[in-house]
Ligand binder design. Structure first.
Ligand code: PLP
Length: 422
């Protein structure tokens, strides 16, 4: 009935992230437990973590005026000054980075930070040229894919695939294939990577950082799962920041996704641009996550929470999920699991899969198991013929054991059926 603009069609015309979030929200709100939700990036409800949110809410209620300041005030668009001060001190103390309050901006979730960053740096430039964001390794986070306000914003490079075990592999940046042409506005990686659980090595990050610096462009590191919080990293990885690095963080994966709190650490000009964009798009940011988390950041309790509760919880979840995969896969088909180095997902690769991963998603959905088809994560890549992009899926291992175990068993059955019918 009404005509939508090009931008309207881009944002409202359907996307992988919309399908995923709709599946997720419906499953979590359905009340029934007939759906095995291995789709979205919903963090687990960890009892010790939820107890801290409850305690903080009680403290806020008990402190005169605190509830009113949280609910009845607008914050400045850059974020709450006390929250930012707490972050600055934490990053100086923990990592020794030369940051000041001017390097920080809060956004309504990390997702919003990416919408702002990508459209700030890339797209149609004042001189009429078009710039893009380089993804040095795909598969990469599905949530970036549809964020361009003037068409496809991405150029992606396929990875090197290294088999690291009988049923295990790891993607590596193919530096020989990486070309930083004049139309590249920034390089972007998530570390740990959603969807694969990959953690780019310190060496890979150093090379990407040097490349970005040499070309005078930013390196965006999406630290939604990284240090210092939630620190869902299972091995060693050094956090890095520099004036040409834009680091994004979020309170979601430590357990506050409902508060929509993202954090950008960047050159003051970029941080200020985030605040300007927040004011145009949303006036101010949600206050609740900042109010809950600030004392934990000031006291360092957030680090203990990340390192002593959240990280070990997901290490065990990952181990268990891989054990169930090993138990229920392998009869009648070949499979590989990406090395699980962080984040909330297993990335499964079925070489030669006779149906597409999108068809596998449909068959699993019909059986009440929700996953995300791998094809969504290869955006920005021109090589449509590369089979690999239709042979993978992402499953989340955060839900309760029964759901994850049963979901994995069903995935195994459906892949075996696809092969048996081929
Ligand atoms: N970046 C990555 C890699 C993610 O996985 C997510 C959420 O799943 C986000 C950013 C955005 O998270 P939020 O908007 O909840 O901070």
């Amino acid at each position: 009935k009404f005509d939508f603009s090009k931008l309207g069609q881009e944002l409202a015309g359907g996307s992988g992230i919309e399908e995923l979030m709709a599946d997720l929200g419906e499953a979590l709100n359905s009340g029934g437990d007939d759906i095995r939700m291995l789709g979205g990036g919903q963090p687990a409800h960890i009892p010790e973590v939820n107890a801290i949110w409850r305690r903080r809410m009680e403290e806020i209620l008990a402190e005169p005026g605190a509830l009113e300041r949280m609910l009845a005030n607008y914050d400045p668009p850059k974020g709450n000054p006390r929250f930012i001060e707490a972050l600055t001190t934490l990053f100086q103390r923990e990592f020794g980075w030369p940051v000041t309050d001017a390097n920080f901006s809060v956004t309504a979730g990390g997702q919003t930070a990416f919408f702002f960053l990508f459209n700030l740096l890339a797209g149609e430039m004042p001189d009429g040229s078009r710039k893009r964001i380089l993804l040095p390794l795909v598969p990469e986070y599905i949530g970036y894919a549809n964020q361009g306000t003037c068409g496809n914003l991405f150029r992606a490079v396929p990875p090197k695939i290294e088999k690291t075990g009988e049923h295990e592999f790891k993607y590596r940046v193919d530096f020989d294939a990486l070309e930083i042409t004049d139309d590249i506005a920034a390089i972007c990686v998530s570390r740990p990577t959603n969807p694969t659980g990959n953690v780019l090595t310190d060496g890979e990050i150093e090379r990407l950082s040097k490349l970005a610096k040499a070309h005078g462009i930013p390196l965006i590191i999406d630290n939604a799962y990284g240090a210092p919080f939630p620190n869902i990293i299972f091995g060693d990885a050094t956090p890095v920041w520099d004036e040409h690095i834009i680091l994004t963080l979020s309170l979601s994966k430590i357990g506050l996704p409902g508060t929509r709190t993202g954090i950008v650490v960047a050159h003051p000009r970029i941080a200020a641009a985030m605040a300007s964009m927040s004011s145009v798009v949303g006036l101010a940011n949600p206050n609740i996550g900042q109010t809950i988390a600030r004392p934990l950041i000031e006291s360092g309790e957030i680090l203990r929470l990340a390192n002593e509760t959240v990280k070990p919880f997901y290490i065990e979840k990952s181990r268990q999920a891989r054990e169930w995969v090993a138990e229920s896969f392998g009869e009648g088909f070949d499979y590989y699991v990406h090395r699980s180095e962080g984040a909330l997902f297993l990335w499964l690769w079925f070489p030669g899969l006779p149906i597409s991963s999108a068809e596998l998603y449909e068959r699993l959905k019909a059986r009440g198991v929700l996953i995300v088809s791998g094809h969504y994560f290869f955006f920005g890549l021109e090589d449509e013929d590369w089979r690999h992009r239709r042979e993978c899926l992402r499953m989340t291992f955060t839900m309760e054991e029964r759901i994850v175990q049963d979901g994995i068993r069903t995935i195994g059955e459906e892949v075996a059926r696809a092969w048996a019918e081929a």
